[in-house]
Write a protein that binds this ligand. Structure first.
Ligand code: NDP
Ligand code: GDR
Length: 371
């Protein structure tokens, strides 16, 4: 069974005794962190985020919030240097911030790259989660903090049953998924062992114009936008047949927040209940700009072709370098529990998601063809 019951008796308050709602987000500079930060600021939270040192700025997704006097200058949003591999930084930040809610979104989140950076992925995604939970305990805040763990549909991996819900057994298929499996269970263990208010959100793929450029949806919308503007002729992809349940990140961060507002800590699947192949995502993106793609050939010889003035132009090629040693072929989520208990359902459809990403990438490529 994926889920486990909680024996929590003392429920931490939703905010401090003085009425302040204070959230700490790890991974605030990522896709989800940026949308969650926006959501929490709109709900009048004081938002703190952990950023890690890098040789160039990594805050482009939250720059608009940080630069806004309403958030930053009134002290409602603060960034702290830290790292999921550095326990002492986590303890220092939690001691300073004394958050009422912690959202653990930080991760080496790329599945393919986790095969190359397997040990580092475990350090950040698995042991990092343990470090954060222990830091909460070290600060004596385990009865006061509500904790969200960014779990993932990658836990289901190889198809055992479909659609996948909170009771579907796990079968992880990458170092990333194995590390997230540890994060999932240590979150449940600390809930049961120390009565912590700790929840797993088992989120299926969610995308947006802020999605990292090397995830498949964003790679497609960027490439199609460049083709439409005459900046590119053809692009390469890996497995075109894998299917994903793709939602919009804006909808999904709302579910994270809702999980921490409940009376008891539980785990929830968050998904749209619709699945599409990578091939279909390519077709939908070309369709948005009024173009159509036909598929020819099979396997590594498959190509996506557009006919322009009677001439066939190859727009998509398969390159095996993007294949994974073990693939997750099919994901389809059943979010009935979230619908019933959180009153959550996705508002943004697959077509609207593609439109949002295509519009943003067309705008970006028009203003900066080098992007
Ligand atoms: P991103 O890759 O966009 O963001 C990851 C964040 O983690 C970035 O802020 C990154 O910082 C930070 N980070 C990485 N390593 C460390 C570290 N060692 N110490 C501190 N921070 C670190 O991911 P998403 O926003 O898409 O996803 C958020 C979380 O949800 C992740 O845990 C992901 O695994 C999980 N998830 C995502 C899904 C999705 O479809 N998007 C689905 C299910 C789960 P920097 O900016 O410096 O790189
Ligand atoms: P995923 O997302 O692995 O599901 O993990 P990604 O977009 O990387 O891959 C989705 C599917 O597309 C196939 N694919 C390609 N993928 C990439 N990145 N690049 C390509 O060129 C390409 N061609 C085909 C992949 O093989 C795969 O089947 C995401 C991450 O956000 C995780 O952190 C999160 O936990 C899961 O979603 C749910």
């Amino acid at each position: 069974m994926a889920s486990a019951a909680s024996s929590s008796t003392e429920i931490p308050p939703k905010h401090h005794a003085d009425g302040r709602k204070v959230a700490l987000i790890t991974g605030i500079t990522g896709q989800d962190g940026s949308y969650l930060c926006e959501l929490l600021l709109s709900k009048d939270y004081e938002v703190h985020g952990i950023i890690r040192r890098s040789s160039s700025f990594s805050t482009s997704r939250i720059h608009h919030l940080y630069a806004d006097p309403k958030s930053h200058k009134e002290g409602k949003m603060k960034l702290h240097y830290g790292d999921m591999t550095d326990s002492s930084s986590l303890v220092k930040i939690i001691t300073l911030v004394r958050p009422s809610e912690i959202y653990n979104l930080a991760a080496q989140s790329h599945v393919k790259i986790s095969f190359d950076l397997s040990e580092y992925t475990a350090e950040v995604d698995a042991v990092g989660t343990l470090r954060l939970l222990d830091a909460i305990r070290t600060c004596g805040l385990e009865k006061q903090v509500r904790f969200y763990q960014a779990s993932t549909s990658e836990l289901y991996g190889k198809v055992v049953e479909t659609p996948q819900n909170e009771k579907t057994p796990f079968y992880p298929r990458s170092p990333y998924a194995c590390a997230k499996m540890y994060g999932f269970w240590i979150c449940i263990n600390y809930r049961e062992a120390y009565n912590m208010f700790a929840c797993n959100g088992i989120l299926f793929n969610h995308e947006s114009p802020r999605r990292g450029e090397n995830f498949v949806t964003r790679k497609i919308t960027r490439s199609v936008a460049k083709i439409e503007l005459g900046q590119l002729e053809c692009f390469e992809l890996g497995n075109l047949s894998s299917k994903r349940d793709w939602g919009h990140a804006k909808d999904y961060v709302e579910a994270m927040w809702l999980m921490l507002q409940q009376d008891k800590p539980e785990d929830f699947v968050i998904a749209t209940g619709e699945t599409h192949s990578v091939r279909e995502f390519v077709e939908a993106s070309f369709k948005y700009v009024g173009r159509s793609i036909e598929w020819r050939g099979e396997g590594i010889n498959e190509i996506g072709v557009e006919t322009v003035d009677g001439k066939e132009i190859v727009r998509v090629r398969v390159n095996p370098k993007y294949f994974r040693p073990t693939e997750v072929d099919f994901l389809l989520g059943d979010a009935t529990k979230a619908k019933t208990e959180l009153n959550w359902k996705p508002k943004i459809s697959f077509e609207e998601l593609v439109r949002d990403m295509m519009e943003a990438d067309l705008k970006l490529m028009r203003s900066n063809p080098m992007a």
